[in-house]
Ligand binder design. Structure first.
Ligand SMILES: NC(=O)c1ccc[n+]([C@@H]2O[C@H](COP(=O)([O-])OP(=O)(O)OC[C@H]3O[C@@H](n4cnc5c(N)ncnc54)[C@H](O)[C@@H]3O)[C@@H](O)[C@H]2O)c1
Length: 335
């Protein structure tokens, strides 16, 4: 099949593209290569897939309306995996407009392309951050998600709402995946594992927010990729017996679904740091800090729906995943 993967130079998008190419699909990878973090890292991820004969890279902004329309028209994609976005909770406090451009206008451009060219399934990235002020654990897709704590989270919730509209009005089958803290080789330099590894190897202190009183449902990249690839084949069907009063918030009378995609096994931040210290063989210098604005103390995904749909349960433990990240980091940066 012919896929559009947006965010193809990103952490998750490059890994998904690699996997689709290995399975024999054609991938058009779109990314604007912005400098939110190292462009060299984005280019290195791309160069690991660029030589594949079934891969084509397009450097473009999602917000380029005419460019996006022409891209969809030219390629007539079978499937779209939309992962490009302005990511990061903390940066959305500093630069909220970047989130409106990439995540709202950009998402709309993808929806428009899908409806105008009859794409058979759009899978897009939502986020665990939509759970905002919720405290009931684990977070379930049947929970209300109307109290976000950052503009990033609000744009991800908006993506789900916009997708529902297109599923309802135009019958575009859409599946939103709420990712829970993804980590692993080729990871993001603005995320804790990358920042901690760099600081520890440089002999600098690591900043530990909320005095370490945090837990996250850390999810290894290969488990995320497996979930995305499998969910591609689960095209949502309209559910005619659905009603809003029945409370099934993750489905609809339209061809629309939302899933959590996480490990289903929260890990304390201090245990994650211990796994990193033992993988590196170095003890971290720890700088305990207060909670950051926009952040949440804990996440934990309820994942039974995804398991029922795909038959996949996450396989990789934090000890193993962190060790694989460190191995990649040391070989990539030669440290
Ligand atoms: N990594 C996680 O833990 C996590 C958690 C929750 C949600 N997500 C979501 O998953 C998706 C992928 O995340 P990631 O970790 O791979 O992030 P990433 O930043 O590594 O990848 C996103 C890519 O999109 C590109 N991009 C950004 N804005 C663009 C625009 N306007 N036009 C074209 N390209 C643009 C960037 O250059 C980048 O390469 C994002 O939507 C993110 O919000 C990720």
């Amino acid at each position: 099949m012919k896929y559009l993967v947006t965010g193809a130079a990103g952490f998750i998008g490059s890994s998904v593209s690699r996997r689709l190419l290995a399975a024999g699909h054609t991938v058009i990878g779109l990314d604007n290569l912005n400098d939110y973090y190292s462009v060299d890292l984005k280019k290195a991820r791309l160069s690991s897939i660029a030589s594949h004969p079934n891969f084509e890279f397009v450097q473009m902004d999602l917000e380029n309306r005419e460019g996006m329309a022409a891209l969809f028209e030219k390629h007539q994609f079978d499937r779209v995996i939309h992962l490009a976005a302005q990511a990061g909770v903390r940066y959305s406090i500093e630069n909220p407009m970047a989130y409106a451009d990439s995540n709202l206008i950009g998402h709309l451009a993808v929806l428009e392309g899908c409806r105008r060219t009859g794409v058979k399934h759009l899978v897009y990235a939502s986020s665990s951050s939509v759970y905002g002020l919720n405290i009931k654990m684990p977070f379930a897709t049947s929970d209300s998600v109307d109290h976000p704590l950052s503009l990033y989270a609000a744009t991800k919730k908006a993506n789900e709402l916009m997708s529902h509209t297109y599923s309802h009005l135009y019958g575009v089958p859409t599946t939103g995946l709420r990712f829970f803290t993804v980590y692993g080789p080729w990871g993001r330099p603005d995320m804790a594992l990358f920042l901690f590894t760099k600081a520890i190897l440089d002999g600098k202190p690591i900043n530990i927010f909320n005095n370490g009183e945090m837990s996250r449902d850390f999810t290894y990249i290969d488990d995320i990729v497996e979930g995305i690839v499998r969910i591609q084949d689960c095209i949502p069907q309209p559910n005619s017996s659905w009603s809003v009063e029945a409370g099934a918030t993750s489905t609809s009378s339209a061809p629309y679904r939302v899933f959590n995609i996480g490990n289903g096994n929260p890990v304390k931040l201090m245990d994650y740091i211990s796994a990193l210290e033992s993988a590196l063989g170095i003890e971290a210098i720890k700088n305990f800090m207060p909670m950051q604005p926009g952040d949440v103390p804990a996440t934990w995904a309820e994942t039974e729906d995804l398991f029922t749909a795909t038959g996949h349960r996450p396989q990789v433990s934090v000890e193993e995943g962190v060790a694989r990240f460190v191995e990649w980091y040391r070989s990539f940066y030669k440290v």
